[in-house]
Design a protein around this ligand. Structure first.
Ligand SMILES: Cc1ncc(COP(=O)(O)O)c(C=O)c1O
Length: 452
């Protein structure tokens, strides 16, 4: 086994380009070659078992690994009809999934454009917004407002709405023009140096200031995740989204709710937007739409937005893929039948309480979350919220220690997020908490951080 593992690792390094990870990091990680999964666990080629605290590292696997019923349904669809071109032709699973999403989505969102992933779903949302504005008679209503710290994807349009200056974005500039960034509702590190509720939601009002500055006739849409996931698990105050909805409606700007991570139960409601009681104009989905069993993204909107378009001028060969839509139908059936949204709410609360018990650690600055989207933000100094210098890989050390004990963690800067598959049980949470606690204590010792 070990020899196979080494051979595979070496071939992977020689023949595969890894996204966003340097060859040095790949070598350090192995890379880990996984061969199978079951529940919330995956096994590597050497037979070691790992607990997945991040639903595959990217918040995707809601129903867990090894779901034979999804594989069976996909296999049956692939042998019946695996694909046909999407321009005017369609197959049954696509219609069935479109109908199901219309039933689940808030308000009158009922028309879905299917893509292959989340970035394409976001690109499609922007193109729907721009084309909608065009057919309303506006020729310059093309600008998109996003927020700092937001992640909306890696294709050029989605990347242009990504509010980080990481190499992901910086190296690819110039990106498409017309994107503007408002402040994130990041209460722990408020851009305005204010505290909620005295802040009177300046971060939401900054969206209106940008719209007014650009001119409402030049702004097509605002995009945001209900809870910013890759931005560091940022949960806005309850009034934030209603205020944004009001601003968008007042100025004729479409509101795009990016549910690529928050959707399908991640935050303890079917869609993240249900926590805030608002109705978006367009919603994007991917990842947990199929739990990763097959690539699929979706952009759902209102009939009135599509109605005035002679055609929607955007296309990919694999729009409306029947096998991926079949995977989504089975995935949603499991989420509903096994009450996974409720499990996310209940076990998520338990997980958050467990993480809050870490508050006496000298490095734990903030603990936050909603449902099974939770995080700890680590700091070098709690009283000043000083960050660790970039070269002091404190969180990296926590992750290495946890990995040795069989728990895979993921971080964004100095924030470690805990977003396991929605099937996780309380006793599995206990195991994750215990191992993480030991890893934090050991890392603090090594970095000279003292408990009071
Ligand atoms: C909120 C959000 N939108 C869009 C995307 C892009 O999705 P994909 O990686 O499937 O292209 C991501 C990916 O992490 C995301 O977190």
């Amino acid at each position: 086994m070990a020899k196979d593992g080494q051979e595979l690792r070496s071939k992977a390094k020689d023949h595969v380009v890894f996204p966003v990870v340097s060859p040095q990091e790949v070598s350090k990680m192995g890379p880990l070659v996984f061969t199978r999964g079951e529940g919330i666990y995956v096994w590597d080629v050497d037979g070691k078992r790992y607990m997945d605290s991040m639903a595959s590292g990217v918040y995707a696997v809601h129903v867990g690994y090894g779901r034979k019923e999804i594989a069976k349904a996909m296999g049956e669809q692939a042998s019946r009809l695996h694909y046909f071109c999407p321009y005017g032709y369609i197959s049954e699973p696509v219609i069935k999934l479109g109908e199901k999403l219309a039933e689940l989505a808030p308000g009158d969102l009922s028309m879905t454009f299917f893509t292959c992933d989340g970035s394409e779903a976001v690109e499609s949302a922007f193109k729907i917004a721009k084309q909608w504005a065009y057919h309303q008679g506006y020729r310059r209503k093309y600008k998109i407002i996003s927020r700092r710290r937001a992640y909306h994807g890696s294709t050029m349009g989605a990347l242009a709405a990504t509010g980080t200056m990481s190499p992901l974005r910086k190296i690819m500039e110039p990106l498409p023009p017309g994107y503007r960034f408002a402040s994130a509702p990041y209460c722990y590190r408020c851009d305005f140096g204010l505290s909620y509720p005295d802040c009177a939601l300046q971060c939401a009002d900054s969206v209106e200031q940008i719209i007014l500055h650009q001119g409402p006739d030049n702004v097509a849409a605002f995009i945001g995740e209900m809870v910013m996931a890759a931005g560091g698990c940022i949960v806005p105050p309850p009034e934030y989204w209603p205020r944004i909805r009001e601003i968008c409606s007042k100025h004729g700007v479409l509101l795009i709710d990016d549910e690529v991570v928050c959707g399908f139960g991640r935050t303890g409601k079917f869609f993240g937007v249900e926590h805030y009681g608002i109705k978006p104009d367009i919603m994007t989905m991917a990842k947990c739409l199929t739990s990763g069993y097959s690539p699929l993204g979706a952009t759902i909107t209102k009939p009135e937005i599509i109605r005035d378009m002679p055609a929607f001028w955007h296309v990919h060969t694999y729009n409306n893929h029947p096998v991926s839509c079949t995977a989504a139908i089975e995935n949603i059936r499991i989420i509903e039948e096994e009450n996974l949204v409720q499990n996310s709410a209940e076990v998520g609360k338990y997980l958050l309480e467990g993480l809050r018990s870490f508050s006496n650690h000298p490095s734990v600055g903030d603990v936050r979350g909603l449902g099974l989207l939770t995080a700890i933000e680590f700091v070098k100094d709690k009283s000043t919220k000083e960050r660790f210098p970039e070269d002091q890989a404190f969180c990296g050390r926590i992750m290495d220690l946890a990995l040795d004990e069989g728990v895979i963690l993921r971080r964004v800067e100095d924030i470690i997020e805990f977003c396991p598959p929605l099937i996780i049980t309380k006793s599995e949470v206990d195991e994750m908490i215990e191992i993480t606690d030991r890893a934090i204590t050991q890392a603090e010792k090594e970095f000279g951080l003292q408990h009071n």
